[in-house]
Design a binder for this molecule. Sequence first.
Ligand SMILES: [Zn+2]
Length: 63
Amino acid sequence: MTGPKADPLYVRYMTTFSASTLHRRACQPCQNGQDCESGAPLHKAFANAQDAYLARQSAKRRS
Ligand SMILES: [Zn+2]
């Protein structure tokens, strides 16, 4: 099951979310808001994917 349709933007959002979350769960500096060297790219990728996904969602709602 991959949901109603394979949406690349949504898939990226979920993939980066889980990578970021799993890392943060095991990483003290990242939990304290001081992203470590290996965590920073994961959190940034998630933030970017989230922005892109949410931007598209609100664009869709407006039209
Ligand atoms: Zn970290």
